[in-house]
Write a protein that binds this ligand. Structure first.
Ligand code: NAD
Length: 256
């Protein structure tokens, strides 16, 4: 149902972003890919869905590069209809040990980038009176965990940005919503699995189980494809009155 639309998914060279890009492309959306991962493989996988694909290497911590990416997307495809703010990084340490440069880059990449992309994409969406902005937040946009001060602050912030963007456009065909995943086994989380296996002297499998079951009552990871299906729904006509929600898919994490 997205044939003729153009989507930009930030951080779509791996993990959740790549799965969402493939999900939207399967519905016919042309795609601007972004991110620092294995871009050739990502582009090939999205192209295989039969849509047009371009790549922009903007660094989400650099506002001028973000502006150029939005402009290039509109120039190449004629419009930017669906914006998925997904790029994100993680760093763990207690507040008193948290390096200032890590704090600054997590706030820039996980929060401020979504302001800059939205800031530049909204005028075009308003002109066409149609748009979908999906912010990939996290359960950490709703609840806290130790050692993740910058991440939790950024994700709570992006839930706030989501509400305001939704309200400002409530009388238009533009919706803005956040998706709040629990644990998803992507490179971002594999690093935390590896750290735990090392720290506790346990196997990769045991570390995965320990990590998930500590927070997620289901004991199972959320699959990137399940998040992609939610993003596809939020882009569809049946979701036109879903506005400003923070929608968790978290195996029961935040029900506790
Ligand atoms: P990932 O590491 O697999 O993917 C992150 C993507 O962002 C990659 O494409 C990477 O190249 C890109 N990226 C990183 N820094 C960038 C920068 N400065 N500029 C441009 N691109 C950059 O991680 P993921 O788990 O797929 O995470 C995607 C999003 O989902 C993040 O916002 C993350 O916070 C969120 N999330 C992940 C989980 C999880 O359990 N994996 C849970 C909740 C939320």
């Amino acid at each position: 149902h997205l044939k003729g639309k153009t989507a930009l998914v930030t951080g779509s060279t791996s993990g959740i972003g790549l799965a969402i890009a493939i999900g939207l492309a399967k519905q016919g959306a042309n795609m601007m890919v972004n991110g620092f991962g294995e871009k050739d493989a990502a582009i090939a996988a999205i192209k295989a869905c039969g849509v047009e694909v371009e790549y922009h290497g903007a660094d989400m911590s650099k506002p001028a590069e973000i502006q150029d990416m939005i402009e290039q997307t509109e120039k190449r495809f004629g419009a930017l209809d669906i914006l998925v703010n997904n790029a994100g990084i993680q760093y763990t340490a207690n507040v008193e040990d948290f390096p200032a440069d890590k704090w600054e880059s997590i706030i820039a990449i996980n929060l401020s980038s979504a302001f800059y992309t939205s800031h530049h994409a909204l005028p075009g969406m308003k002109k066409r009176n149609w748009g979908r902005i999906i912010n990939i937040a996290s359960v950490h946009g709703l609840v806290g965990s130790t050692q993740k001060s910058a991440y939790v602050a950024a994700k709570h912030g992006i839930v706030g940005l989501t509400k305001v963007t939704a309200l400002e456009n409530a009388k238009t065909g533009i919706t803005c919503n956040a998706i709040c995943p629990g644990w998803v086994l992507t490179p971002l989380v594999q690093k935390q699995v590896d750290a735990r296996a090392e720290r506790e002297g346990i196997s990769n499998e045991a570390a995965k189980k320990a990590l998930v079951s500590e927070k997620q009552p289901s004991g199972e990871f959320v699959a990137p494809e399940q998040l992609a299906a939610l993003a596809v729904f939020l882009c569809g006509p049946d979701a036109s009155e879903v506005r400003g929600v923070a929608w968790n898919m978290d195996g029961g994490w935040t029900a506790q």
